[in-house]
Design a protein around this ligand. Structure first.
Ligand SMILES: Cc1ncc(COP(=O)(O)O)c(C=O)c1O
Length: 404
């Protein structure tokens, strides 16, 4: 939306003239381009047959409940299964602390609506997921960036930011953090930083909201899990079935302090998410299918990661640096700043597309000499060919910079 007036109505003041649709990727590309932009799982992993069986079973008995509304927190069986997974991780959680939402986005929408008032400060990683940033902005929040390095959020930066805010009499409402496989940088927040963040949250009185949309797609060492491990009363953990099963299910959840779960369950006006889909997923989790599926897909993404890393190393290893992600399906590729000016144009010419680093920049307007490659849905041939084209892009970029 580029105007606050759309005939015949005047739009609400929440629609800002500068608001861009955050989910419209808007990347210019040729028809034959290999598109590394979209953060969706491999469609070959959609477990359609298992879903069909689960749905058949649900529809072959009384549908009085499964086709009715599912208000409040959501389906009790699914919430119990999610709470049990948290318990397995050592986080004290009951089914009453869990709220089922329309994807993780649904959780953030509800959290922003119930927690954030115009003028509230929301702390965010300096490069972050624009979709959730837009929700906080729409709620009227002032977004204050915190620095990131290869080990995730930088504690000194967080401390400096909250101390400066305290001097002006402001307390941040919450910190939004993608602690496991950070998007876009793919870092894993170091363990000592996790406890340090919890300590700062307690000292300065803010809530931690962890976006763990990709956390279950883990393939490198032990899965670090929920930040609630450090403080259950000050942390909300948000999960999703979008990346592990399928985004079209629109199913996610959050676990948090029971009092927040209760307020949100009472305040929500969407009448819940699909009962049938909740029950379908509960049946896939209850019989062990879901865990086996997670193992299979994580192993496959690991294979794709290694393939893409090796191919990039071969075609432009001397010109780019790749962070090896511990999970998920993104690769964060950085390069020397002088090249940033022409990489996107050359990518267009060479038939390859991605989201450039600046797309994720909270401040906006900065040069971020990096791009994020989403490799989830691409087949192996496309990963190889994509790396060849990226190699040509980087080489031509250097040539142009040298010549200019
Ligand atoms: C970091 C991050 N958070 C949240 C979401 C929203 O996911 P969903 O609402 O489908 O669960 C996405 C989607 O791409 C994402 O990348």
């Amino acid at each position: 939306v580029t105007t606050a007036h759309v005939a015949p109505v005047k739009l609400s003041s929440r629609v800002r003239a500068d608001t861009e649709a955050p989910n419209t990727l808007g990347v210019a590309m040729r028809d034959d381009a290999i598109f590394f932009g979209s953060g969706v799982p491999d469609p070959r992993f959609h477990p359609a047959d298992v879903m069909e069986q689960a749905l058949d079973a649900l529809l072959s008995v009384s549908t009085t409940e499964s086709l009715n509304y599912c208000r409040g927190r959501g389906d009790a069986t699914l919430r119990t299964l999610i709470a049990e997974r948290s318990l397995r991780e050592g986080v004290r959680t009951s089914a009453d602390d869990v709220v089922i939402t329309a994807g993780s986005s649904g959780a953030f929408t509800l959290l922003a609506y119930t927690l954030v008032e115009p003028g509230d400060v929301v702390l965010v990683e300096e490069l972050s997921y624009p979709g959730v940033l837009a929700m906080f902005r729409q709620a009227g929040a002032e977004l204050v960036p915190v620095a990131l390095d290869q080990d995730g959020l930088v504690i000194e930066s967080l401390e400096e930011v909250v101390t400066t805010l305290a001097r002006r009499g402001a307390t941040p409402k919450l910190l939004y953090a993608i602690a496991n496989t950070q998007s876009p940088t793919t870092s894993r927040l170091a363990d000592d930083r996790r406890s340090a963040i919890a300590a700062l949250a307690e000292r300065f009185g803010f809530l931690i909201v962890q976006d763990d949309t990709y956390g279950e797609l883990w393939y490198e060492g032990e899965q670090p899990g929920s930040l609630r491990r450090y403080d259950t009363e000050r942390t909300v953990h948000v999960g999703s079935f979008s990346k592990t099963v399928a985004p079209g299910l629109r199913l996610g959840w959050f676990t948090g302090p029971g009092a927040i779960a209760e307020v949100i369950a009472n305040m929500r006006t969407d009448l819940g998410t699909s009962t049938l889909i909740q029950r379908m997923i509960a049946s896939m989790m209850g019989d062990g299918y879901f865990d086996a599926h997670l193992e299979r897909v994580a192993a496959s993404y690991r294979g794709k990661r290694d393939l893409l890393l090796a191919a990039l190393d071969e075609h432009c290893g001397d010109l780019v640096r790749c962070v090896e992600p511990p999970g998920g399906f993104f690769l964060w590729v950085t390069f020397d700043e002088p090249l940033a000016g022409n990489v996107e144009r050359l990518a267009y010419e060479e038939g390859v597309a991605f989201l450039s680093g600046s797309y994720f920049d909270v401040r906006g307007g900065r040069v971020v000499p990096a791009f994020r490659l989403a490799f989830g849905e691409l087949a192996e041939d496309d990963l190889f060919e994509g790396a060849v084209r990226l190699g040509r892009v980087m080489r031509r970029s250097v040539d142009e910079v040298v010549r200019s």
